[in-house]
Design a protein around this ligand. Structure first.
Ligand code: IMP
Ligand code: MG
Length: 511
């Protein structure tokens, strides 16, 4: 039934989009395709049915695409062949399990890219018993034929980056010639990390709970326009002069901060040749790969509720982990995006401070169950994660911002064994229903969450590989989420192993 809802939705969207494009004939004439357009109009006049009209429009659009050179010539128009950049994003507060989907998908991609954040991100991937922890590198690099890109929107702590590369090499993952870093990406220095710690210390009990990886201070340097970029290493005198200015600025601003300027300069001079051998204009590279028809996957880091604009400010990270960063952090047009996959844990977790409407006490009961069965400890900091029920008003907000084409629901096996499952379905404040996530933290802290209580299931689901294999109550939980959020759930994580995933296929994606 749900599939039908999405089918009719997709059909009406497609009709609207084609018609809109068709009406915009000034665009066509600028590209000297008037004749094609005219032919199509004639054909459309002849069509006696809506279907005929749509077919005519589709054919016309194909000709337009060929003329403009944007068509995927090797394909028919089926979705599986449609060319575009796919994106995996965190839909909640991070640690939703993006890494597993990325790992699964990346086997089929030619390019895997990071576009925002830095080494605050972390995910662990286990392959053949070997644990790989990723912080800065796209984990798709585990696919031996994929190229890993670090886009301009990422902030890079080069010592961590080189350590991560060395770790891969030690585990036999050959990365030479496969890792590229944007010359426009900004640098995180050790002193940014020190300042991150100092700022947190100064905030005392109002601290943000950052990873202390220097993310906020490095983005602050970028926005203040006194930061340094990876490409600056190409011109040593310039790098040295800007580094001295930036370091001195920080020493002046933070009493007691010590920076070994000469030692740092010596270090950066020594690693410059190695770093520069991987540095390039990733905007040009990405768009060239796209034009060549290569498959590109963006690995989102962090998550929408940690977004500097859309998250629970100031308890957020300092970048835009939502869909916008794919454009600003990679340098591609929105027209090139295809799948936008929102990763959602079957419950909620959060590390660090800030409001969390559906939070449970992890010392007992369901909260304790979620934290322990779900092994909820941070990859980057090892901190225990706060846990709570799935929050659908939050998820709807995230879906609105990102335009998810489908969802990846992870760790549903963690809910196995619970008698009942509560699903947060609405927010109320002072007795009034709220239409969306409030910007005010005070309001968010005070919201009353309305829950639907659903019966749980006891069966082990880790061997389920088809949706229909799942217990009825589990299916009902999934259907209810789809119904309320209005986005189909394509993937369902049923266990911790690499293959413990149900993939319902591309028909569970909207356009
Ligand atoms: P920062 O990104 O280190 O500045 O931390 C800001 C907030 O984002 C803190 O609450 C962190 O715990 C949170 N955060 C940053 N990166 C991640 C992540 O990858 N997963 C979960 N939380 C994160
Ligand atoms: Mg993580």
């Amino acid at each position: 039934m749900f599939r039908n809802i999405f089918r009719s939705h997709v059909a009406s969207m497609a009709a609207g989009a084609s018609a809109a494009a068709f009406v915009g004939s000034s665009y066509f004439s600028r590209h000297n395709i008037d004749n094609d357009n005219a032919r199509c109009e004639k054909k459309a006049d002849d069509a006696s049915t809506v279907v005929g009209l749509l077919q005519g429009l589709t054919e016309s659009m194909k000709r337009v695409e060929v003329t403009l050179g944007t068509a995927n010539l090797s394909s028919d128009s089926s979705k599986s062949q449609r060319h575009g950049i796919d994106v995996v994003l965190g839909a909640q507060w991070g640690d939703e399990g993006k890494g597993k989907l990325v790992d699964m998908l990346s086997q089929e991609y030619d390019v895997c890219a990071r576009v925002a954040g830095g080494s605050n991100a972390g995910h662990t991937i286990v392959v053949d018993g070997v644990k790989y922890k990723f912080h800065l590198l796209p984990s798709g690099i585990l696919n031996p034929t994929a190229v890993g890109l670090i886009g301009n929107g990422v902030v890079v702590h080069l010592p961590s980056f080189l350590k991560e590369l060395d770790g891969l090499a030690e585990n036999g993952i050959q990365h030479k010639g496969r890792v590229f870093i944007s010359d426009r990406a900004h640098l995180v220095f050790d002193f940014h990390q020190d300042v991150d710690g100092t700022l947190e210390y100064r905030l005392g009990r109002h601290k943000i709970g950052t990873t202390k990886k220097g993310i906020g201070p490095a983005y602050a340097s970028k926005i203040s326009r006194n930061g340094l970029r990876v490409g600056d290493l190409r011109e040593w005198d310039y790098f040295e002069q800007r580094f001295r200015a930036l370091a001195e600025h920080h020493i002046r601003s933070y009493q007691g901060l010590e920076i070994d300027i000469e030692g740092q300069l010596e270090y950066y001079k020594s690693i410059a040749p190695r770093v520069l051998s991987m540095t390039c204009d990733t905007i040009e590279l990405t768009n060239k790969k796209y034009k060549e028809g290569k498959k590109i996957l963006v690995e989102g880091a962090n998550a929408t509720m940690l977004d500097i604009d859309f998250g629970t400010y100031p308890f957020v990270t300092s970048s835009n982990p939502s869909v916008g960063s794919v454009l600003t952090g990679l340098g591609v047009s929105p027209k090139k995006l295809r799948g936008i996959y929102g990763t959602v844990k079957s419950y909620c977790t959060r590390v660090g401070e800030g409001p969390f409407p559906t939070e449970l006490d992890t010392d007992e009961g369901v909260g304790h169950h979620l934290a322990n069965v779900g092994a909820e400890f941070g990859t980057t900091t090892g901190r225990p994660r706060r846990c709570g029920w799935l929050d659908l008003p939050q998820l709807k907000y995230s879906a609105t911002i990102n335009g998810f084409t489908s969802l990846n629901l992870t760790k549903i096996d963690v809910l196995t064994g619970l008698d009942t499952i509560s699903l947060g379905v609405a927010y109320k404040h002072k007795g009034q229903y709220l239409a969306t996530m409030p910007a005010s933290l005070a309001e968010l802290k005070d919201v009353e969450v309305e829950y639907e209580i659903m019966p749980g299931w006891k069966e082990d689901i880790s061997q389920c590989r088809e949706f229909d294999d799942l217990p009825e109550n589990c299916k009902n939980y999934i259907h209810r989420i789809e119904e309320i959020v209005g986005v189909p759930i394509r993937w369902i994580g049923v266990g911790p192993n690499r293959l413990d995933v149900i993939d319902r296929g591309e028909e569970f994606e909207t356009e």
